[in-house]
Design a binder for this molecule. Structure first.
Ligand SMILES: [Zn+2]
Ligand SMILES: [Zn+2]
Length: 251
């Protein structure tokens, strides 16, 4: 299995997962031109695009990629009302949070609390390989942990540092939105979630969707690394990684 982060953050998200030679893309928040610049794998090899929600940093280029390369888009039916006009002539398949299969890869969607029309995360499994994408959530609720028990690699939102947000340039209303129960996960929250996932068997955590204004990769990494050191008898085989906005990273 390979996790290829083509970019992660509020300016665009796209994560390509390879399992046994098959590729599934989660979100496409870039123009086609920008995606081509970032990705050297032929789009024709993508078996599916999984959409998490309609915010443009996840949805911007879904329609163009799907239409031009005949790639099916899987999404919750609830997103139809806000996405359908930009998915004309695309092969859209509704999953309604029910497990389905793409090229032998089991895909399980699960609901996340976020201020979009409807937001889901995805778990992908094939044989011993498993991955989950968990970005854009205001808080980690119990169902999240139920869905992620033992998942090998989790791409987890670590959006903002609580101090940086508090003292930063955002207007108060936006600060409340970001830190609210339907906003985004902070580094401090993400550290706790990581510890709980690792204690249930997760081996790799990729911190993702870092805010440009209220976070820096070193701080996101250090916050979780220190928490893991302090609270878990942390095994050296556990890998903590950071996905970035402007770098393509292969994990
Ligand atoms: Zn986002
Ligand atoms: Zn969002």
């Amino acid at each position: 299995m390979k996790v290829i982060s083509l970019g992660s953050g509020s300016k665009g998200n796209a994560t390509l997962i390879e399992m046994d030679g098959k590729y599934i893309l989660i979100d496409q928040g870039f123009s086609l031109k920008e995606l081509s610049r970032r990705c050297d794998i032929s789009f024709k090899d993508f078996s599916a695009i999984l959409l998490t929600h309609e915010h443009s940093d996840h949805f911007l280029g879904v329609g163009a990629l799907s239409k031009d390369y005949s790639i099916p888009v899987y999404m919750p039916k609830a997103l139809d009302a806000v996405c359908s006009d930009r998915l004309l002539d695309c092969d859209v398949r509704y999953h309604n949070d029910v497990e389905f299969e793409v090229e032998g890869i089991k895909v399980s969607p699960f609901r996340l609390p976020h201020d979009a029309r409807y937001t889901v995360g995805y778990k992908l499994q094939k044989g011993e390989q498993s991955f989950a994408c968990v970005t854009d959530l205001g808080e980690a609720r119990e169902n999240l942990f139920d869905n992620l028990v033992g998942v090998d690699t989790v791409l987890l939102e670590s959006n903002y540092d609580e101090e940086m947000l508090k003292s930063g340039p955002y207007p108060e209303a936006l600060k409340r939105r970001v830190s609210g129960r339907l906003g985004h996960l902070s580094n401090q929250e993400s550290a706790k979630v990581s510890a709980r996932l690792i204690s249930k068997g997760t081996k790799n955590v990729i911190l993702a969707h870092l805010s440009e204004n209220n976070n820096v990769p070193e701080l996101a990494y250090d916050t979780t690394a220190k928490y893991l050191e302090k609270n878990l008898n942390c095994d050296v085989r556990i890998r903590l990684l950071v996905a970035e906005q402007d770098k393509v990273k292969i994990f």
